[in-house]
Design a protein around this ligand. Sequence first.
Ligand SMILES: Nc1ncnc2c1ncn2[C@@H]1O[C@H](COP(=O)(O)OP(=O)(O)OP(=O)(O)O)[C@@H](O)[C@H]1O
Ligand SMILES: [Mg+2]
Length: 390
Amino acid sequence: MAAVTLDKMTKVYDGATEPAVDGLDLQIADGEFIVFVGPSGCGKSTALRMIAGLEQITGGDVKIGERVVNMVPPKDRDIAMVFQNYALYPHMTVGRNLDFPLRIAGVEKAELESRVDNIARTLQLTELLNRKPGQLSGGQRQRVAMGRALIRKPAVFLMDEPLSNLDAKLRVSMRSEIARIQSELGVTTVYVTHDQVEAMTMGDRVVVLNGGELQQVAAPEILYNRPGNVFVAGFIGSPAMNLWNSRLVDADDGALGVALGSQVLPVSAELAARTGLAAHKNKDLVVGIRPDDMFDDGAVGSTIVGSMKAREALGSEVIAHLDVGVSRVIIDDPDLEEMIAEGVTPELDFVGRFAPTSTAAIGEDIQIRFDVDKLHFFDAASGLRIDSDA
Ligand SMILES: Nc1ncnc2c1ncn2[C@@H]1O[C@H](COP(=O)(O)OP(=O)(O)OP(=O)(O)O)[C@@H](O)[C@H]1O
Ligand SMILES: [Mg+2]
């Protein structure tokens, strides 16, 4: 096992004008489970393939352990990789598929058998060792592919969207399976996905990429509670955070407030002090609130007036689409950007996650409570989070 260090790792494809991966700095600890997440084309696979040695590095360094491996071929990097499209040998049993890499390497029989035993137990494949791949479910096949990658005891395990061919239910159960196997084996793992829920539920730390650039690397709860910039704020969380263009204004009693269209949300003195917000008085801000921090009942926070445009009653909650007199800011939504380019104005309602007992009806004007202690503030020019202890 080994730590992995990326030092300004960069990839510019031949003929490209922009780097696919732009000066990525990252230290992955020995045994850590790191997830790369970001929208399509942000450079996740390119970054992973540079660690694997499948893609030439055009700038910076990749270190596995203490060794710079930029020029080391994949087979000599002590890595194993599982892709979205893994192939098992259809004519071989599960057992043979698993021990194949060891037989190739000439590992002696007793050692080989004990390793197959161990990996089959960890992956819960013991009962299936004599079956052929054609007699397995999608999830079982995926576990065999992982087993075959892991049986060589690689220093680093790399996975690129390994679950995207599985159906939704299996994907959910395989998430926790992979996390369990990773922690049992303690192998340093880099996992690529475009699915932020997968990223948040699996990673010790999550690396958010956009346009080839590192946006933030942090534990899932930090990404969620303290997104470092507007992009991360809008990308992590579903439904997405409501973000709008705003300014600081004077609210009642000399307190600060943030504008929400023609309405004002007061900011508590405590929050203003903690974030150092006052220093941003005459600057453009982007302010955000998560759907979970908006309510149509209770006594939390401050109320504004809005109207209910649509409701999705999901049983456990009501997803409310709200007109609050302000449009949301679009964060990296190619579909919306395309609509705007075509002259269509997309509906950018605020979204609230209300209690299942919510009775607010479509078309109705309602009082909406914002938990104002949960507001997120960003500098509009830089996109960076405003937070004095960030
Ligand atoms: N072989 C290649 N030659 C030229 N450009 C490439 C090549 N592979 C990828 N790119 C470009 O590099 C950028 C990053 O691609 P990459 O495949 O790393 O993205 P990704 O984050 O894995 O996306 P996805 O979620 O769609 O898999 C994209 O703009 C892509 O078009
Ligand atoms: Mg990819």
